[in-house]
Design a protein around this ligand. Sequence first.
Ligand SMILES: Cc1ncc(COP(=O)(O)O)c(C=O)c1O
Length: 473
Amino acid sequence: MGKARRKNENGFLFEQVYDFILHRIERGEWQGNEKLPSIRQLSLEMKVHRLTVFKAFQLLKEQNKVYVVDKKGYYVQIGNASKEAESPPIVTAYPKENQLAAVHAAPVMYQFSQALIDPNLLPNHYLSDYVKKVFDLYPKVLATYATVEGDPELRESLAHYFMNIHKTYVTPENILITTGSQQAIHLIAQAFVKPRDTVLIERPAYSAAIDTFKNQGANIVAIDITEKGYDLDRIEDYMKTYKPRLFYLNPTFHNPTGYVVPVFQRKRLVELAEQHNCLLVEDDAYPDIYFEKQAVQPVYTFDTTGSVIYVRSFCKYVSPGLRVAAVLCPPALRPALITVKSLADNGSPLLNQKIFLHFFHSERMQQHFSKLRIALQIRKEIMEEELSETGWQWESPKGGLNLWVKLNDDVSGSDLLKKAIEQSVSFVPGVYFDPYGQDHSRVRLTYSYMNEVKIKEGIRKLVHISQSLNGKY
Ligand SMILES: Cc1ncc(COP(=O)(O)O)c(C=O)c1O
């Protein structure tokens, strides 16, 4: 078949063009009876021969996805439009919900669903001092934009901070400030993932990251994370087979499990990523919340070839309201990331960055960290104590904000949640953290948001509800 049948690892070229067109029809970008771009236009846009596009159209026609109007061109077949009838007038590219947000929205008295820190444990009182200080130091702070990359003073100070704690070389130019790490994940997905690209993701994984990559149209392939870390042979195999664009990982006090991937695996992972040209996106949201010893070195510190993007959130335990996170990005990838950041918001708010800058480097901040660790450890132990008679299973986490709990066989996390919410208790069913949506036996219980009394009361209620579900009451 000559050039049009050129085959690469993603299949025949015309199949890729077919995928591209079909995907857009399915997403509602091209609607029923809408004229599609011409063969010529598409061949220019996709840099393929016209015959290749023609072949793709033929296949779409055979499958009743498109029809031809003589001398006019190809149109989207209305038969595909059952979804369109229900669609809102504005096209929603991926009308999928953010599952976590839906659970968090439930108004309950016993809140074990949000992986947030109890606001009473944050140094609210002192923050106002820093707000005042910032206005004194920068009287025009509200009168200017920040730069897209983030405030130069903050990036400079964070470069020193990272060099100090990680003993690695970081320059301010490597740093991009984002509005929380959620934005960083979103920007990375936009900059580096095209629809149908394969993305590796841990199983279980932070649910909003799964949703972000899925919404970008990625083909998700999961890698189990256990208390021992990853199966590296499997990762290697997947990298060879699927040629993923990136691997999103949260290797330190992982959400939801609390696991920490051991150092030898971190080193090997970087080698594999380099060999297979797979970007590692390391999400680090809780490194300072440890109960025994400090977290091990992040994966990015073993990278010498620019294979890792490191995303460090400061939201959780510095000040969630400021929404400050930093991305350490290899130089070659910076321009793409900065472009999507500028398209998203032209830079995170300057005031927040300045307040964060002065607060984060203060003596008080360090004292706050040590007190916070103790308070959270106590809450974790109280929750574990309350669960000790249930027969539920979990690995006691050495850091982070959550217990990752396996229920008894006869109860599903989602059923339990339905009943629990009726009685004002919330948590997140494990299935939300499963990229394949199959794990019904686990739940994530956050111990950082409720105080000790509420943890005792709420967990007792939850245990009672679960016992009534499996017929013990
Ligand atoms: C692993 C992980 N990454 C990212 C985020 C998003 O955090 P933020 O946007 O507040 O920085 C969270 C929040 O729960 C998280 O657990």
